[in-house]
Design a protein around this ligand. Structure first.
Ligand SMILES: Cc1cc2nc3c(=O)[nH]c(=O)nc-3n(C[C@H](O)[C@H](O)[C@H](O)COP(=O)(O)OP(=O)(O)OC[C@H]3O[C@@H](n4cnc5c(N)ncnc54)[C@H](O)[C@@H]3O)c2cc1C
Length: 403
């Protein structure tokens, strides 16, 4: 049996996150877009304290909260909060992408050791760094090295475009999971994740990027210059095994691509709601029930935008639902990400087009959502790379056979 209905506790949570988006995020959205490197301190404190209260209340909320499907709930929360503001969403303290890598690649002991810091204290961030000046889409081309020296790993290399990198390394007691090769001759199998803690000598921020969109989010370039780490900071096994290493990168993406897809849907829905409200103020109602031959161009465009987002949402929920059931979702995660990235780019551009000068004006947030949209088609695997993964999985090719 297939059941597309959300459980009541999920619907309740969605309402709560919608209210956070509306009352905490929207009012400060434009300010942090225009003041790119200013820290949204109050927002950070409020969301961190809110999350702490949630954790404490979690025990009282009892079995009902615990039985909620975690990954599905995360995508729903993400959509709601990104309807508020995607850049601010990425600024919310927590384990983030770094936490996803620890969960995908770490042992039970490492998950406990590295993630427990997020339970209390001051706000802190986790981040993940794969991308390098010469390595992005082809993440197997990592050149940062990790060399064993006595009781330490010594890391050398440069990482770029690391989301929350500065907050994780310099502004809090956080960490960055850095992917480095322990044996270049071993190719993908030699690539391992290392936890670089805040304040580790040899790890420093080179710069923070100025960006087109998601400007409230910090995006850092990181230098690893003889950065020494204790031996137990390599996540999982340090052994180079043919099947190991790189599969942890893929497992991390399987968990995070549905979240990026949900980010995209949130931004797209913000734009669509804006257009709907505007049309409604102009007494223009979308006539869903009329024959296509009688429909106006505007009605056709609007319905197409809604359909695109709904299709992306269903793919995203399926990918998250599979993760909640421990099913392999590699294909479905890429489908969700590719569809949602393309949909949000089209929907926000169309929304600006429909609104004309009002869409282009900085008086409204629509032009900002168009700028915030594009990143969803770039990070966590570009549109083209996700289509490549889908083709490989459907046609049964390996990454060497279809590249
Ligand atoms: C704001 C922002 C935040 C980011 N956050 C993080 C982060 O937290 N951690 C991290 O590790 N990285 C992060 N990234 C990096 C991001 O994941 C990469 O930019 C992305 O993977 C693309 O890699 P690249 O920039 O090297 O582009 P390239 O790989 O050089 O790609 C350039 C173009 O070529 C296309 N292309 C490449 N290979 C193929 C192919 N085989 N077939 C068809 N087309 C192809 C791509 O689709 C793209 O259109 C972030 C990037 C940005 C902009």
């Amino acid at each position: 049996m297939i059941d597309f209905e959300l459980e009541p506790q999920v619907v309740e949570r969605a309402k709560f996150f919608r209210s956070v988006a509306e009352h905490l995020m929207r009012p400060i959205s434009r300010h942090y877009d225009e003041h790119e490197h200013e820290e949204p301190r109050r927002f950070i404190e409020t969301t961190w304290q809110g999350a702490a209260r949630e954790r404490q209340g979690g025990a009282d909320a009892g079995a009902e909260r615990k039985s909620a499907p975690r990954n599905l709930l995360t995508t729903i929360m993400t959509e709601e909060l990104c309807w508020g503001d995607a850049g601010l969403f990425l600024s919310i303290p927590g384990p983030g992408l770094g936490g996803a890598a620890v969960s995908a690649a770490g042992t039970a002991e490492q998950k406990e050791r590295f993630l427990r810091r997020f339970k209390d204290g001051e706000p802190k961030w986790g981040a993940m760094a794969i991308t390098e000046p010469g390595c992005g889409s082809d993440s197997a081309a990592v050149t940062t090295t990790a060399r064993r020296e006595g009781d330490y790993w010594v890391l050398n290399g440069t990482k770029i475009f690391c989301t929350s990198g500065m907050r994780a390394l310099e502004k809090s007691d956080g960490f960055v999971v850095v992917w480095a090769t322990v044996d270049k001759n071993a190719g993908r199998a030699g690539i391992k994740p290392f936890v670089v803690d805040h304040g580790t000598p040899g790890a420093s921020i080179i710069r923070v990027e100025n960006k087109l969109g998601i400007r409230a989010s910090d995006t850092a370039a990181i230098l690893l210059d003889n950065c020494r780490l204790p031996l137990d900071h390599v996540l999982g096994s340090p052994q180079v095994e043919p099947s190991g290493g790189f599969k942890d990168v893929m497992a991390t993406f399987d968990a995070t691509r549905p979240i990026v897809a949900a980010m995209a849907i949130g931004v797209g829905r913000a734009a669509l709601d804006f257009v709907r409200d505007f049309l409604s103020q102009q007494q223009v109602e979308i006539r869903y029930a009329i024959a296509p031959t009688r429909m106006t161009a505007l009605e056709r465009d609007f319905i197409e935008m809604e359909t695109e987002l709904e299709a992306a949402r269903l793919l995203t929920w399926r990918a998250a639902w599979m993760l909640d059931r421990g099913l392999r979702n590699n294909l479905e995660a890429s489908m969700a990400k590719a569809k949602a990235g393309a949909a949000v780019t089209r929907v926000t551009q169309k929304a600006v087009e429909i609104m004309g000068p009002l869409g282009y004006s900085r008086k409204y947030l629509l032009e900002k959502w168009m700028r915030d949209a594009k990143i969803n088609d770039i990070f966590e695997g570009t549109q083209q790379i996700n289509l490549l993964i889908i083709a490989r999985r459907i046609l049964g090719y390996t990454s060497k056979e279809l590249r």
